[in-house]
Design a protein around this ligand. Structure first.
Ligand code: GDP
Ligand code: MG
Length: 369
């Protein structure tokens, strides 16, 4: 796919088109002034002039247009959004299940919970935490690959009767690359052969020092099966969240990310979305990926009907005309605009795969010297 002309690229780079042309020539690449360039050529040329190019999806570009500015006084603190990662069988699902079962959202009777890909709990200290219930770093990487940033804190689960395993290392790497702070959960301490110190030592060998070894990483020994230490882990997550000073503006149209979506034969398309700013309400016109629709009903993971959902709240919504993909952004807008943008996105997706250039990116990123 070709994006912009050599001339336009030169303008973005703040150099003359002749400089661009002669630079290319010196590498044996012949280009004309009005020649449209592909992604590879753009990246190469920009790099030669000290710029890094970021290609963002068409969806992201239109989402940015829909975003509303926040006033400082409208920002209020919001719950942390947590992803649990770690090696297979180290206890991610057990931990998520234990937390979901034991921490009931305030004022609600315990009913049958349904899996909607995310849930929020209120801890015994009265604070809210949202968990993405899509364990495994595949979900984390898939979302990030789509440009979605939905995790504030990563909990890395390591079984105390095992060791730091390849997927543990991978999970740590993913969190580090994403700049997401980690809290370590050393699980299965109820087992006779559990050896938490061996795990801490293995982490130390990776340059990760946990707190009781004089380092900066919070670490909790626990048993997801017996429930030992889980409340303490939640308090450590909250402490980490306090450092992050997470804030969002609830007083505007909602924006956020799609966690999962499916088609229910009786109900139609169901999408679990995470509200990241603003407040989502029944009747709002939601645009998600290349689908849209009016929110007809909104449910939490306990099946409770909601009329609105603020920042950091995961909700299942009913009313979209299709199933968006996990990691798609959603916005609230007018029906006309939703229809128009959804159609344009579909067209763009067809025409050029998922990528389009955001023309101003070159200007926004500084010179890299
Ligand atoms: P995941 O693959 O990381 O999701 O791991 P699971 O949660 O499915 O757990 C794998 C196995 O370890 C299951 O048989 C669990 O019952 C067991 N398990 C998980 N946590 C604990 C624990 O704290 N203690 C003990 N003894 N077993 C556990
Ligand atoms: Mg599992």
């Amino acid at each position: 796919t070709e994006f912009i002309s050599a001339n336009d690229l030169a303008t973005l780079l703040g150099v003359s088109v002749n400089e661009v042309i002669s630079k290319c020539l010196s590498f044996g690449m012949f280009i004309a002034i009005n020649q449209r360039l592909d992604a590879e050529a753009i990246t190469f040329i920009a790099d030669e002039f000290g710029y890094e190019v970021e290609f963002i999806s068409a969806e992201e570009e239109t989402s940015i247009q829909l975003e509303q500015e926040d006033k400082e006084e409208d920002l209020v603190s919001r719950a942390p959004i947590v992803t649990i990662m770690g090696h297979v069988d180290h206890g991610k699902t057990s931990l998520l299940d234990y937390i979901r079962k034991t921490n009931v959202t305030q004022g609600e009777a315990g009913g049958i919970t349904q899996h909607i890909g995310a849930y929020d709990v209120v801890t015994s200290s009265g604070k809210r935490i949202t968990f993405l219930d899509t364990p495994g770093h595949e979900a984390f990487t898939a979302m990030r690959a789509r440009g979605a940033k939905v995790t504030d804190i990563a909990v890395i689960v390591i079984a105390a009767d095992d060791s730091v395993m390849p997927q543990t290392v991978e999970a740590i790497n993913h969190a580090q690359v994403a700049g997401v702070p980690m809290v370590f959960a050393i699980n299965k301490i109820d087992k006779p052969d559990a050896n938490p110190n061996k795990i801490k030592e293995a982490l130390a060998n990776m340059n990760i020092l946990v707190e009781d070894w004089g380092g900066k990483y919070q670490c909790q020994e626990l048993s997801a099966k017996k429930g030992i230490g889980v409340e303490d882990l939640l308090e450590k997550i909250l402490l980490e969240a306090e450092f992050l000073d997470l804030k969002a503006n609830p007083k505007k149209n909602a924006t956020g990310t799609v966690i999962e979506a499916s088609l229910d034969k009786g109900k139609g398309y169901l999408a679990t979305v995470l509200v990241q700013s603003g407040t989502l309400k029944i009747g709002d016109m939601v645009l998600a990926g290349s689908h849209y629709g009016k929110v007809k009903a909104m449910l939490d993971y306990r099946g409770n009907k909601l009329t609105k959902a603020g920042p950091s709240m995961p909700v299942q919504i009913l009313g979209l005309n299709g199933a968006p993909q996990a990691g798609d952004k959603f916005n609230v807008t007018t029906e006309r605009e939703a229809k128009e943008i959804a159609t344009r996105r579909e067209q763009l997706l067809r025409e050029q795969g998922i990528r389009a250039i955001k023309r101003t990116t070159l200007n926004e990123l500084g010179r890299r010297i």
